[in-house]
Design a protein around this ligand. Structure first.
Ligand code: SAM
Length: 284
């Protein structure tokens, strides 16, 4: 085995696990040691740290921007356009019902990564409701690096999981030095507002009540207690008739105080929570 570039002890690993759990809710299992090493070595090189101990003790200080680098390095951002496509068909059905209501429709993509998910929501909105729809899509993530890419809305054309029709309708094809990439069109971009939001924060600066929350493939990184707290807060931000879209492997039976499964990993508020939310909304 090649000698390691940086000394990385069991104690360092435990410290990283504790910190990322406190900061982002992410629970790293024992077997993520190598992953942590390879993700954080970039930060050690960038900061000039001599070892993990040096990095954790001297570079990761409160009030420095390195917290951001630390969190960004440890998040997993895998995503794609129209991932778990049945959810977008359900969203289209929900939008058709909502538009009849006559008031603005508010959607939240709560772990938006590099933007593929909120832009898929925006494309679904345009396909379902036509131009200038009364819809606001709030798209948030803890990771500032992926948010910057999402705002840019430029993607490599190869390996895109999009039909030719959608590519043509919703993207500009790059030319010259941009050939091989595509950029989301302004009419899609305009529907989405990106900003940083940590799901662990006690205050979420969102426009609510929300009609739909997409919270997919992020809760898998949280332990059950953290999931419970986040789901409780989501329930308080959701319209009584609103829906929570979860990832295919995310089961929230332990939070049935707040949510009931409606089918296909889509949840609705449990009856008691829904009536509580109605009261809150009426009081505002
Ligand atoms: C695997 S991606 C999922 C992306 C997208 N939702 C999807 O299903 O394709 C998980 C995202 O959750 C974000 N994340 C992790 N912890 C978070 C937290 N505490 N608050 C907000 N976002 C978080 C990560 O930065 C990452 O972009």
């Amino acid at each position: 085995m090649r000698p390691r570039e940086f000394c990385f002890t069991e104690r360092d690993f435990e410290q990283v696990r504790t910190l990322i759990h406190e900061l982002a809710g992410i629970s790293l299992s024992e077997n993520k040691r190598e992953l942590v090493y390879s993700r954080l070595t970039r930060r050690l090189r960038a900061t000039g740290a001599k070892s993990f101990e040096d990095y954790l003790r001297n570079h990761l200080k409160e009030g420095t921007s390195e917290w951001e680098g630390f969190i960004n390095a440890l998040t997993t951002n895998l995503t794609s356009f129209f991932r778990e496509s049945h959810h977008f068909e359900l969203l289209a059905q929900q939008l058709r019902r909502l538009v009849a209501r006559g008031s603005p429709i508010r959607l939240w993509c709560s772990a938006c990564s590099t933007g593929e998910e909120p832009y898929s929501m925006a494309m679904t909105v345009l396909e379902t409701l036509g131009p200038n729809p009364p819809v606001l899509i709030q798209a948030t993530d803890i990771d500032t690096q992926v948010l910057a890419l999402a705002e840019e809305g430029t993607y490599a054309a190869e390996n895109l999981t999009l039909s030719e029709a959608r590519l043509h309708r919703f993207f500009h094809k790059g030319v010259g030095k941009h050939s091989g990439s595509v950029r989301i069109r302004p009419e899609v971009r305009r529907l989405v507002t990106f900003f940083q939001l940590n799901l662990l924060d006690t205050h979420w600066p969102l426009h609510f009540p929300l009609d739909a929350i997409f919270c997919r493939n992020v809760m898998i990184y949280f332990d059950k207690d953290t999931q419970y707290k986040v789901l409780g807060a989501m329930a308080r931000h959701l319209d009584p008739e609103g829906l929570l879209y979860a990832g295919h492997s995310e089961i929230f039976y332990h939070a049935r105080d707040f949510f009931h499964l409606r089918g296909k990993t889509v949840y609705q508020l449990s009856p008691r929570t829904a009536s509580g939310v109605v009261n809150q909304v009426e009081q505002r």
